[in-house]
Design a protein around this ligand. Structure first.
Ligand SMILES: Cc1ncc(COP(=O)(O)O)c(C=O)c1O
Length: 453
């Protein structure tokens, strides 16, 4: 990774140049810091000396308060497969807005939205809408425990499932998490298929295994179809529910998500981001018998409440439903998913060519509409062959290098996610790819000057 003799962050020319390009963001951040924790509203947006404050966005680009233009790879945290303000989504939302944004009642759009999800996602026999991906994984684990009558959940280090109490702590727990939840959560390394099989064979108190089917953080720690198939076999053999968290990979790996791509059918799936077209919306979907935990029980006049209670003021709001329908129609009827994947591959190829030309042993990898920058000595082949430890792939980069890389990209007109990497939309252009590759080259030049590579 980066040299220990590198220029300290607060003396970095990259950060200084970024700060002088973004004075408007600095002013806004000073106001924000007086009130908002860390001056931000999502820890992924934390950035020194200050984050960029965006004023507007369109297609693959966004513009900050100083008028600087960026090629955007945050993509609404992955929600914007169709880019910012896709005409079909804008039209659907604009048409719905004057008709009402909250009926406090059932409506046709939620039915149509559910029908589209059922059509696209292989395992979606029944559907329950939530607001966020966090809520969808939370509900899924509760449903799994209720259906199975078992307490333990298995999940994998590095896999991200949102921030509710069952999924947001490492091995050993974290401040604020109730010890009972920690005890009932078995966290395994993400690259040990035998270990999972052994665990499932050795206990009878496991309700479900939850995972990102691409591997952690949309494939940052890759997993592969073979591991998924083994896990499907082992969970089925031992009567354990398998839950895919497709919050980010849903409608990206294929029109049917990772389960469509790999041909592996989970019992439960969480969906968010693309499913609601950039608006707040998510869903838990899955096997009809399991999802019946959410249903009222009726026998004549005797009506019993659902075993699993789930409410939510904004569930399936008409605006989110309209945006979701418009987006999923594009997913179904156009080549948006494949286009974004092709552009992802072009970005990875271009960035890897830069690394080779510079004689740098890092690599840029990914399989779908994504890219992950690995700042250590390894090739993509090494990574996919499992030759790089998972905790180097995720979280292995120093905060100093990460800040310099993100501000370096911003300085050169590109906004990446702090994996480091990004998600690619169907509307990123060849020109965007060129700009991105050039920005990477220019950023590496500055990083080299500061002893980072
Ligand atoms: C795989 C995965 N699961 C769950 C979540 C949480 O979703 P949300 O931010 O909508 O709560 C995310 C968000 O990035 C995610 O990528």
């Amino acid at each position: 990774m980066a040299s220990t003799h590198a220029v300290p962050l607060m003396k970095s020319e990259i950060l200084r140049a970024y700060a002088s390009k973004t004075p408007g963001s600095r002013v806004l951040h000073e106001r924000a810091a007086a009130l908002l924790s860390n001056g931000v509203t999502h820890i992924g947006r934390f950035l020194l000396p200050h984050p960029v404050y965006v004023e507007r966005a369109a297609g693959s680009r966004k513009w900050d308060t100083d008028g600087n233009e960026y090629v955007d790879y945050f993509g609404g945290h992955g929600a914007l497969l169709l880019g910012h303000n896709h005409p079909a989504v804008v039209e659907a939302v604009s048409a719905q807005m004057p008709k009402g944004v909250h009926f406090g009642a059932s409506h046709e759009l939620e039915v149509e939205w559910a029908e589209l999800i059922h059509e696209l996602v292989p395992s979606a026999e029944r559907i329950r809408f939530t607001i966020s991906g966090t809520e969808a994984t939370h509900l899924g684990l509760r449903v799994a425990r209720a259906f199975s009558g078992k307490r333990k959940i298995v999940r994998f280090s590095g896999h991200f499932h949102g921030w509710h109490d069952h999924v947001c702590f490492p091995v050993g727990g974290a401040p604020g998490i109730i010890p009972g939840i920690v005890e009932d959560t078995l966290i395994l390394p993400p690259d040990d298929a035998e270990g999972v099989e052994g665990l499932l064979a050795s206990r009878d108190d496991i309700a479900a295994v939850i995972l990102e089917p691409t591997g952690a953080t949309f494939g940052q720690i890759p997993m592969g179809g073979e591991a998924l198939r083994r896990l499907r076999d082992a969970t089925a053999r031992h009567g354990v529910l398998l839950m895919f968290d497709e919050v980010i990979c849903g409608f990206r790996c294929s029109t049917g998500g990772a389960q469509g791509f790999y041909g592996v059918k989970p019992d439960l799936t969480s969906l968010a981001k693309i499913v609601a077209g950039g608006y707040p919306g998510a869903a838990l979907v899955g096997r009809a018998d399991v999802m019946r935990m959410l249903d009222y029980r009726q026998a004549g006049d005797d009506i019993q409440p659902p075993p699993v209670l789930h409410q939510g003021t904004f569930n399936a709001g008409p605006i989110s439903a309209a945006a979701g329908i418009a987006t999923l129609r594009q997913v179904r009827d156009t080549d948006a998913v494949e286009r974004a994947k092709r552009t992802g591959a072009a970005i990875r190829d271009g960035m890897n060519a830069v690394l080779r030309r510079r004689g740098l042993g890092w690599c840029v990898y990914g399989e779908f509409s994504d890219f992950h920058i690995y700042c250590g000595d390894a090739t993509a082949e090494d990574i996919y062959a499992g030759r790089v430890p998972w905790n180097k792939l995720k979280g292995g980069i120093s905060p100093r290098l990460l800040h310099k890389m993100r501000t370096g990209f911003l300085l050169h007109g590109v906004d990446i996610i702090g994996w480091p990497g990004g998600v690619v939309s169907a509307v990123h252009t060849e020109e965007d790819v060129r700009r991105t590759v050039d920005a990477f080259d220019a950023t590496l030049e500055m990083l080299a000057a500061e002893g980072e590579c």
